[in-house]
Write a protein that binds this ligand. Structure first.
Ligand code: CP3
Length: 359
């Protein structure tokens, strides 16, 4: 695969970017900040460009992927871009019949319930997603010293959409499958690990500087079930990507009880939602004897509408608590809600960068 051409200056700026330094636990010029779901409906320029085009269609057009990925970078001056795509895109690319319904999320026409249904799930090849390679290469040359984060859904979170047939609050069918037919569960999760490995490798080989594995809904599991049914499959993904030497971030919502196990799965940076303070997160990551790691987070997205007098002290608190970790990447505790005010997000970026600047 051809590597995108990068000037030596851009390559050096990238290696010394605040985001990559923090992800490696090295000293930073300032605490880097980006937002999960920074691209999307909160931006008027996103709503305009998406008019009349479905979500998945937009993910398959390099002109749109590049523009939508760059929109929040331009507007906010964030320290990293995240590739515009979706966790179900690789499944769509191999022919799984699914769509993303606005205001709902991914909906799968024929949920996976038996061994025969597994045949529909195979890893993507570069030929299946040539538009991903092309988009990442273009982004790499346009982003200069700003890192691009590639991403994929972790086996459990993607499985939950496939098994439930769509979004679910309690993931009851997925949990029932794990316990009633562990062989089928492990076969499905193993396939989804291969899907994530293939999809992330394609993004890294095209020029992504880091990857984030989203296990958004893992927080619904007990630590015991997570350790038995989920961790080995996420660990397989991280182990397979080790060879690339790029930082690997891992995140889920409501994972306070799982932070140690998610760290042990092989993450270099552990994402934390707003429920657990970052210093306490570091304690939980190291409790089982693990070494401290950089953390990412964790402003409550609900506070975006609370007014600056409420937000600023939270930024100060989070920056202070983040000092307990060898590296801190500022983020929200989950994605930007569609109702967020872009001016508030911009102000947060400026404040985090200014307050944390080393003199
Ligand atoms: O800016 C970014 O973070 C990059 C793009 C991104 C999208 N999806 C674009 C998107 C990322 C990283 C994702 C990952 C994703 N997709 C996750 C993990 C992150 C998380 O939020 O926990 C999950 C669980 C999904 C599945 C999914 N896709 C959901 C729940 C939804 C929202 C449905 C809705 O309309 O409320 C989507 C759709 C989606 N993915 C949108 C975007 C910008 C909104 C669709 C639209 O604009 O019409």
């Amino acid at each position: 695969m051809t590597q995108p051409s990068q000037s030596p200056v851009a390559t050096e700026a990238l290696a010394e970017s605040a985001f990559l330094l923090a992800a490696r636990g090295e000293p930073v010029p300032h605490t880097p900040v980006w937002f999960m779901r920074q691209a999307g409906r909160s931006l008027p320029e996103y709503r305009a460009i998406r008019e009349g085009i479905t979500m998945l269609e937009s993910c398959m057009r390099p002109d749109l992927v590049v523009e939508i990925t760059l929109q929040p970078v331009r507007r906010y001056g964030v320290d990293a871009a995240i590739f515009y795509s979706d966790i179900v895109l690789p499944l769509k690319a191999v022919g799984v019949d699914l769509e993303i319904q606005p205001g709902v999320g991914p909906v799968v026409a024929s949920p996976v319930r038996s061994a025969a249904d597994l045949a529909a799930v195979r890893p993507v090849t570069p030929a299946d997603v040539s538009y991903v390679t092309e988009s990442v290469q273009q982004l790499r040359s346009q982003l200069g010293g700003t890192p691009l984060i590639g991403f994929a859904g972790a086996p459990f979170t993607v499985a939950s959409y496939l098994v439930e047939g769509g979004p679910s609050k309690d993931h009851a069918k997925t949990k029932a499958l794990m316990h009633s037919d562990p062989d089928l569960w492990h076969a499905l999760a193993d396939r989804l690990a291969d899907v994530a490995i293939a999809y992330l490798s394609i993004q890294i080989e095209a020029g992504a500087s880091a990857i984030q594995l989203f296990d958004s809904w893992a927080g619904g599991l007990s630590a015991r079930d997570y350790a038995q049914f989920v961790q080995p499959h996420s660990a397989k993904v991280f182990a397979a990507l080790e060879q690339y030497g790029v930082p690997k971030l891992h995140f889920g919502v409501n994972t306070g009880e799982l932070l140690g196990l998610m760290s042990e799965a092989g993450a270099d940076v552990v994402g934390v939602d707003w429920r657990v303070p970052l210093d306490e997160a570091v304690r939980r990551i190291t409790a089982a004897g693990g070494s401290p790691k950089p953390v990412q987070g964790n402003l409550d997205p609900a506070l975006l509408s609370a007014g600056w007098e409420s937000i600023e002290p939270e930024i100060d608190r989070i920056l202070a608590e983040g000092k307990a970790a060898p590296g801190h990447i500022f983020n929200l505790g989950h994605g930007v809600p569609p109702t967020a005010d872009p001016d508030v997000l911009h102000r947060i970026v400026k404040a985090v960068q200014a307050k944390s600047t080393r003199g």
